[in-house]
Structure formats: structure tokens, C-alpha cells
Design a binder for this molecule. Structure first.
Ligand SMILES: NC(=O)c1ccc[n+]([C@@H]2O[C@H](COP(=O)([O-])OP(=O)(O)OC[C@H]3O[C@@H](n4cnc5c(N)ncnc54)[C@H](O)[C@@H]3O)[C@@H](O)[C@H]2O)c1
Length: 352
């Protein structure tokens, strides 16, 4: 099978590509426009792997997408390209609409055009897998879980743009019969995570002895999913998920942000003790994110019961692996910090 993976140079897209290469025989058309967020540039090199062809293409460009489908004739699409950082969506929402909504509509059109020309067997086997977020469901109180039937109620420009994309994907299925599957997952963490996100930002800042900025009082709760578990789940849904269905994917690991930061400090203190004492002393409470959702939590029983998927890593195991990866790969994050993002606070424009 040949799979077109969009956002292949990003955090999760690159984990999906590594998973496909290590555990399947599929070939990959890796598509990415290489925005500031592209952190896995190895995949752009011709010599990377003979099963991978790289296409530097922007999903806002329908003509280019049409060309990619014509040239490569993929059997499936895994769509991960997106503007993905919530704080940036507060400062500049239109880029999120352009890529996440219009770009997804372009990809659907290009895929539909390609799919409509396939023979009957290939048409039935074709899949358009849209990768989305649990943030489309809005915010939970202290109890309850998001299921596949939870009504959409997105609160940030990012989550609203992803919700728009999810609706478009389902509309292309209902209207044109395009064989789609949609997954909504919780917060990922792991290797190659862009250093603007909570976990890598805290690891790097703690290593550098810089303040650890915790939004509000640190009580907001996220469910954390190790990215390699997510990549495995996505590949399973692509191969065995039912057409027209949605699957929630979660890590079964709810943690308050403050406790995540404290756990990172604990692991670092253990691995490289600091003369100044525990790195918890670096924690600083800062202005909350405008419209910060309180809690996300996933009911992942559908994917577990129907496809037999469960996360392999506990949060403690995944976090250990992640911290060690950042310690071993400082060249990667130092280069990215110089090129794209140096740890500054984003997303406060709504307060001005
Ligand atoms: N990271 C998470 O915790 C998380 C959770 C749930 C869902 N998701 C979803 O998973 C997908 C991947 O997330 P991620 O964390 O890997 O994001 P990321 O920001 O690390 O990667 C996104 C990739 O898409 C590329 N891209 C952006 N705009 C593009 C465009 N117009 N054309 C082509 N390529 C473009 C970027 O260059 C980047 O390589 C996204 O759709 C995101 O909404 C992420």
C-alpha cells in the first residue's frame, strides 16, 4: 500500500512515518510545507529511506495537491498537516482557518478527484484518515469523559478550525461516499515534540535553569498519550477501522499541569542533580491562557473493544523516555530553538 502522510515532518506525522517504516511494508508519500513547526527534516532528504518520497507542498494549494495524487496514486491518506499550537491560534487565527479548514477542504477535493477515477476494488479499499483532537469537544468539569458521540463545542480558534475540518471530512463521506475515518486524540508527548508545548518547554527550561511558567494555578487537567502509542493506534484505525466511523484515542493518564511539571523536575533531579536543589524552585505561576479549557478526558473504550488497541506506555514510563530523549538530543532542540522559537510566551494578545 502507498500512503500519503500530510504533516510528515511534524511531531505526530513523523512518528507515524517511523512506525510505518518499522512495522509495515507500506511506502510513504511524505507531504509537508515545512512551516516553523516542521522538526523532522531527515524525512526531506532523498537518501532518507527508499520507501519514502518527500513532497514539499502546501495543502492550501489545490493544484499542487492534485499533482501529488496524479503522480503518486496513493491508496490511502493520513492527514496530519495542520497549524497545531493553541497559543498561536489566539494571536493569529486566520492562518489556522487557511490551513486547517481550507487546506483540509482542498485535500478532500484532490482525494475525491483521485478516488473517483479508481476501479471498483481500489475505490473500496481507499481510505482518507483525518487526524483530529479531543479539543473539538470543548471543556469538561471535574467528572465525565468525551465519547465519540459527545457534541462538538470548541473554544479556541485552533479547536474551532479542527472541528470545521472534522465536519468537512464527514460531509465528503455522506455526500460523495469518500471512504473516511476520523480519530480524535488527547495531548501527545514524546520525542521530536516542538519546544513550545508544555512538556518539552519544561524539560528544556529546567535544564537551562530558567523559570518554569505554569499557566494560572496549574490545576488544568489533560489526558496524556505517548506519541508512539498514538502512531500505533492511527495505523490500526487506518487498516481496520470501519468506514464513516470516528474513534477516540486516549492515554488513560489524566494529570494536572502542575503535577506534570513537578514530575519532570523529579526525573531531572534524579538523572542530573542540580547544586541549587530541586528544580521545583523554578516553577512560576503566570497569567492563564485566555479561554483556557479546564479538563479533557477521553473514553477510549470503542477503539479498545473494536480494534483491541490500548496504550503500551504508562505516563511515568513515557515521560522517563521523553526526558531521556531530550537529554540525548540537545542538538535537535537547540537548532529548532534558534531557527523557530526561543521559549517566549505566546497567546496573550486577547488580554491586551
Ligand atoms: N500534538 C498533539 O498533542 C495533538 C493532539 C491531538 C491532535 N493533534 C493533531 O495531530 C496533527 C499533527 O499534530 P502535530 O502535533 O504533529 O503538529 P505539528 O505542528 O508538530 O506538525 C504539523 C506539520 O504540518 C505541517 N504543515 C502546517 N501547515 C501546513 C500546510 N499548510 N501545508 C502542508 N503542511 C503544513 C508543518 O510544517 C508541520 O510539519 C494535527 O492535525 C493536530 O491537530 C495533535
Amino acid at each position: 500500500m502507498k500512503i500519503l502522510v500530510t504533516g510528515a515532518a511534524g511531531f505526530i506525522g513523523s512518528a507515524v512515518c517511523r512506525h510505518l517504516l518499522a512495522h509495515t511494508e507500506h511506502s510513504i508519500v511524505a507531504l509537508d510545507s515545512l512551516t516553523y513547526a516542521a522538526g523532522y527534516l531527515d524525512i526531506t532528504r532523498h537518501s532518507f529511506n527508499e520507501r519514502v518520497s518527500f513532497e514539499k507542498v502546501d495543502i492550501r494549494n489545490l493544484d499542487e495537491l492534485t499533482r501529488v495524487f496524479q503522480v503518486h496514486q496513493p491508496n490511502a491518506v493520513m492527514h496530519l498537516a495542520a497549524e497545531s499550537h493553541v497559543d498561536r491560534s489566539i494571536d493569529g487565527p486566520l492562518a489556522f482557518i487557511a490551513t486547517n479548514v481550507v487546506g483540509t477542504a482542498n485535500l478532500l477535493e484532490a482525494a475525491k478527484h483521485h478516488w473517483s477515477k479508481l476501479d471498483q476494488v481500489s475505490r473500496e479499499g481507499f481510505r482518507f484518515h483525518h487526524i483530529s483532537t479531543d479539543e473539538v469537544f470543548g471543556s469538561l468539569g471535574t467528572t465525565g469523559f468525551f465519547s465519540e458521540s459527545t457534541p462538538y463545542s470548541p473554544n479556541s480558534p485552533y479547536s474551532a478550525s479542527k472541528a470545521g475540518a472534522d465536519h468537512l471530512v464527514m460531509a465528503w463521506h455522506h455526500t460523495y461516499g469518500l471512504p473516511v475515518v476520523v480519530t480524535n486524540c488527547s495531548n501527545n508527548y514524546g520525542p521530536y515534540h516542538f519546544p513550545e508545548k508544555l512538556i518539552p518547554l519544561m524539560i528544556i527550561s529546567a535544564l537551562e535553569g530558567k523559570p518554569l511558567p505554569v499557566y494560572g494555578n496549574g490545576a488544568n487537567i489533560r489526558d496524556w498519550l505517548f506519541v508512539e502509542d498514538h502512531a500505533e493506534a492511527l495505523c490500526l484505525v487506518l487498516e481496520r477501522g470501519s468506514v464513516g466511523e470516528k474513534y477516540n484515542i486516549g492515554g488513560n493518564a489524566e494529570r494536572a499541569n502542575l503535577s506534570v511539571v513537578k514530575e519532570i523536575c523529579r526525573i531531572l533531579d534524579e538523572l542530573i542533580p542540580d547544586d541549587g536543589g530541586s528544580r521545583e524552585r523554578l516553577i512560576q505561576f503566570v497569567d492563564d491562557r485566555p479561554g483556557h479549557d479546564f479538563r479533557y478526558a477521553i473514553d477510549a473504550s470503542k477503539i479498545e473493544l473494536e480494534l483491541g488497541w490500548r496504550p503500551r506506555f504508562t505516563f511515568e514510563q513515557g515521560l522517563q523516555k521523553t526526558v531521556r530523549w531530550y537529554l540525548d538530543n540537545s542538538v535537535w532542540w537547540q537548532e529548532l530553538r534558534q531557527r523557530s522559537y526561543n521559549g517566549e510566551r505566546l497567546g496573550l494578545s486577547a488580554l491586551k
